[in-house]
Design a protein around this ligand. Structure first.
Ligand code: P6P
Length: 339
C-alpha cells in the first residue's frame, strides 16, 4: 500500500525537524487547507450553480470580479481571520490591508493571497488557483500592525504555495525545505503527498507567454521570445509554446515538465511599458517555490525575492522556471542594456 502521508503529517514531520517551528504554524496552514477545500467544492460545481458570471463589481485593478472570485475571497478572509495566527492579511481583491476583527485572537503571521488567480478562465472550465504567501510580522506583538509587516521582500517568506483547482485539486507548498505537492482525495477529504521534493528540470523545452501582445513589447522582449522560437537556442530547436492564461496552471506545468513562464512589460493599456503581475501575491510566492525547486525567478534584471515592495499592489515583470532559460533571459536583457 502506498505510503499515504497527509499534509498535516508532513507538516508535523517538518515541525519535528525544525525546532523553531511551532504547532501554531501548522494550525495556520490547516486553516488555509480547510479554506481551499471549501473553495474547491464550489469551483468543482461552478457549472451547476449560479456562481458563474460577473458580479458587476470591479476589483482594485479595474478587473471584472466574477462571483467565484468574490466567494473565494470571502471564504479565505472569514476563515483565516478566525485562525488566531494572523495579525493582518492582504488580498489581490482588496485595496487595503485586511485587519483582524476586534475580539478575534491574533498571532505573529501575515497572510497575503490571490484568492482565485486565473479567474478569467472560470466560465470555460480551465484550471484556476489560489496563491498564498506567509510572513512573520516585523512589528512587536500587541502593537499596531504597520505597513512594513506586509511590505516584506520575498526572501522573508516563511511559507509560499498554491492550490490548483484542475483535473484534480492539488496543494503545492514550501517552508524553505524543498517543494512538496499533495493531491486531494475527495473520498476522504485529505490532501495526500503525491509529488515529494519537486525539482524543476534545469533546461526546459516549453515557453509560456501571451504572444498576442508582441506588438506591445519593447525590442529586448521581442529578442527574448525570438530566442525560444529559434533553432539556435540551448536545445537547438524551437521550444513548444504553451499558454493557459492562468498563472498557477502555467507555473505548475513548468514545475513538473520544466520550461519558462514569462509576463514581460507591455504598453498595451497606457502607451507606457507596464507590468501586470502583482509582486506580493503572485511573483514572490512563485519565485520562492521556483528557487526551492532548483529554478530561478527574475524581473529581467535581478532576483524577484530581493525586490523591496513599495506598495501593496506593486506589479513586476516575471520570468520564472528552468534556471538555464531564466539565466538566458537575464543575459539578453543585460546585453540590450549595455547596447
Ligand atoms: P493575460 C490572470 O488574470 C493572471 O493574473 C494570471 O493568472 C495569468 O498568467 C495572466 O493574468 C494572464 O494575463 O494578459 O495573458 O490574459
Amino acid at each position: 500500500m502506498s505510503q499515504q502521508i497527509t499534509v498535516t503529517e508532513h507538516l508535523l514531520l517538518h515541525q519535528r525537524k525544525n525546532p523553531m517551528a511551532t504547532g501554531r504554524f501548522t494550525r495556520l496552514l490547516s486553516e488555509l487547507i480547510l479554506s481551499a477545500k471549501i473553495v474547491s467544492r464550489e469551483v468543482n460545481k461552478a457549472g451547476l450553480v449560479d456562481v458563474l458570471g460577473f458580479t458587476g463589481d470591479v476589483n482594485v485593478h479595474g478587473e471584472e470580479v466574477k462571483k467565484l472570485d468574490e466567494y473565494a475571497n470571502r471564504i479565505l478572509i472569514h476563515r483565516m481571520s478566525r485562525s488566531g495566527m494572523l495579525c493582518a492579511m492582504a488580498s489581490e481583491e482588496n485595496a487595503d490591508m485586511i485587519e483582524i476583527p476586534l475580539g478575534l485572537p491574533t498571532g505573529e503571521y501575515v497572510l497575503i493571497f490571490d484568492p482565485l488567480d486565473g479567474s478569467s478562465n472560470i466560465d470555460v472550465n480551465v484550471a484556476i488557483g489560489t496563491i498564498f504567501s506567509i510572513y512573520r510580522r516585523k512589528s512587536p506583538p500587541e502593537s499596531p500592525v504597520t505597513p512594513e509587516d506586509l511590505l516584506q521582500k520575498g526572501s522573508e517568506q516563511v511559507c509560499a504555495g498554491y492550490f490548483l483547482y484542475g483535473s484534480s485539486t492539488m496543494m503545492v507548498y514550501t517552508t524553505g525545505e524543498g517543494v512538496h505537492g499533495f493531491t486531494l482525495d475527495p473520498g476522504v477529504g485529505e490532501f495526500l503527498l503525491s509529488h515529494p521534493d519537486i525539482k524543476i528540470p534545469e533546461q526546459g523545452k516549453i515557453y509560456s507567454v501571451n504572444e498576442g501582445y508582441e506588438a506591445y513589447w519593447d525590442e529586448p522582449t521581442r529578442e527574448v521570445v525570438r530566442y525560444f522560437k529559434s533553432t539556435t537556442n540551448a536545445i537547438k530547436r524551437p521550444f513548444s509554446l504553451r499558454y493557459i492564461g492562468s498563472l498557477v496552471a502555467d507555473f505548475h506545468r513548468n514545475m513538473i515538465y520544466g520550461g519558462i513562464f514569462m509576463y514581460p512589460v507591455d504598453n498595451r493599456t497606457s502607451g507606457k511599458y507596464r507590468p501586470k503581475l502583482r509582486l506580493l501575491c503572485e511573483a514572490s510566492p512563485m519565485a520562492l517555490l521556483a528557487e526551492q525547486a532548483g529554478g530561478m525567478a527574475t524581473d529581467g534584471v535581478g532576483r524577484i525575492l530581493d525586490i523591496e515592495p513599495e506598495h501593496l499592489h506593486q506589479r513586476v515583470p516575471l520570468f520564472v522556471g528552468s534556471i538555464r532559460d531564466v539565466e538566458m533571459v537575464k543575459t539578453i536583457y543585460e546585453r540590450a542594456r549595455k547596447g
